[in-house]
Design a binder for this molecule. Structure first.
Ligand code: SF4
Length: 376
């Protein structure tokens, strides 16, 4: 039997789901960032049976089953456990925030390090970390995860040597495949001692923290921009607003196993075919790739208005080099930073902010869908 769902003081997961406007959100963290074809098929079946059939791919590469009823949560967890998609307990699940470069190759260092880190975070002596604290295993030739949320990163320097990086700090420390995970755990433990009230590594550096002097190796800067298309690991396909349905997931997995990314895209491990599945984006110039939007109303109880219908309406009007963020309230969950165009739902319509974020003063207020088209 799973524990009764809780919402306060926990990082949401499968074992501790989060209540939203359309029911419980059950967040599944695929091990190593990958779902085998059998796991993905099983997950699609469970989402259809116990949720409302909608799934979100989060900015941390996790899949969220939406619309789960409290009464069927335990059955859903039993199904996920049978697919080997749930941790032994909620504390281990809460610590296992690991992003892995989706371009890993079978048996390479990224795959091995991700498995080692999973094991280390499940150990009884693993540090008790804040809910959003995370790790990135980004050991391809070029880093691809630097824009994604993580606190402790394993990357390569410009010479190809492996380095350990504390997020928010410009220099790393050389490590080896043999030492990387022990060093990563030690860095997380260092943070827990060095922090004040901060919950993220970068906040601690902004405020006061200083790393030991051996963190002196310059980081290699990311130049990779994800776009749908063929990669050496399979086809990268996008999901509009990071959302999909159980039917789309079940169709997609017929092409191969799936690798999660933090870009609202998945890699389908098939290098021969472009998946022909309704509900996915395979065209790198699709206007929907230029808009981001949170759940909004009615799925989120805090939303002041709908978001994704507005974003889809405005997408063809967004210039090629621009980006539009539509948010259901000022919290800005889908894109915490600045954007060329930001729209925030309010009690009396939509506010528009140019070159700012959801918390900034609006340039125009009380807009309607029609006046938004003219304003963007
Ligand atoms: S930004 Fe506001 S409306 Fe959108 S998902 Fe977050 S809390 Fe909900």
């Amino acid at each position: 039997m799973s524990a009764k769902p809780q919402i306060k003081g926990w990082c949401p997961g499968a074992l501790r789901p989060m209540l939203s406007g359309d029911g419980w959100v059950v967040r599944v963290r695929p091990y190593g960032g990958r779902l085998t074809a059998a796991q993905a098929e099983g997950l699609a079946t469970l989402a259809a049976a116990h949720g409302n059939g909608m799934l979100d791919l989060s900015s941390r590469g996790n899949l969220q089953i939406r619309g789960v009823k409290e009464a069927t949560h335990a059955t859903l967890i039993a199904g996920l456990r049978a697919l080997s998609l749930v941790d032994a307990d909620a504390n281990i699940e809460g610590r296992r925030n690991i992003l892995v470069t989706p371009f890993w190759r079978v048996g390479d260092e990224a795959e091995v390090l991700a498995a080692q880190l999973t094991e280390a975070l499940a150990a009884s002596d693993a540090p008790a970390l804040p809910g959003k604290f995370g790790f990135a295993i980004d050991t391809g030739t070029q880093p691809v995860l630097q824009q994604a949320s993580a606190d402790v990163r394993v990357e390569r320097d410009a010479q190809g040597r492996m380095i350990l990086v504390a997020d928010g700090f410009e220099f790393g420390k050389h490590v080896t495949p043999e030492t990387a995970i022990n060093e990563a755990i030690a860095l997380a433990s260092w943070f827990m001692k060095a922090r004040n009230a901060e919950t993220r590594m970068a906040q601690a550096f902004q405020n006061h923290a200083k790393l030991p002097s051996d963190f002196a190796v310059p980081r290699q800067r990311q130049s990779y921009v994800p776009k749908p298309g063929q990669t050496q690991s399979g086809n990268l396909v996008a999901l509009a607003f990071g959302q999909t349905t159980s039917e789309t997931l079940a169709s997609l997995v017929k092409y191969g196993s799936l690798r999660m990314t933090p870009w609202r895209m998945m890699i389908v491990e098939d290098t021969r075919h472009i998946p022909q599945v309704d509900g996915i984006i395979t065209d790198p110039d699709d206007p929907l790739l230029r808009v981001v939007a949170c759940t909004g109303a009615p799925g989120c109880t805090q939303a002041r208005g709908s978001t994704r219908d507005i974003a889809a309406l405005l997408a063809p009007h967004v210039a090629l080099d621009q980006m539009l963020h539509v948010s259901g309230c000022t919290k800005g969950c889908a894109h915490p930073g600045s954007a060329p165009l930001t729209i925030v739902a309010t009690k009396s319509g939509y506010d528009l902010i140019r070159n700012g974020s959801t918390g900034d003063a609006p340039d125009q207020i009380n807009l309607t869908p029609d006046t938004l088209i003219k304003a963007t």
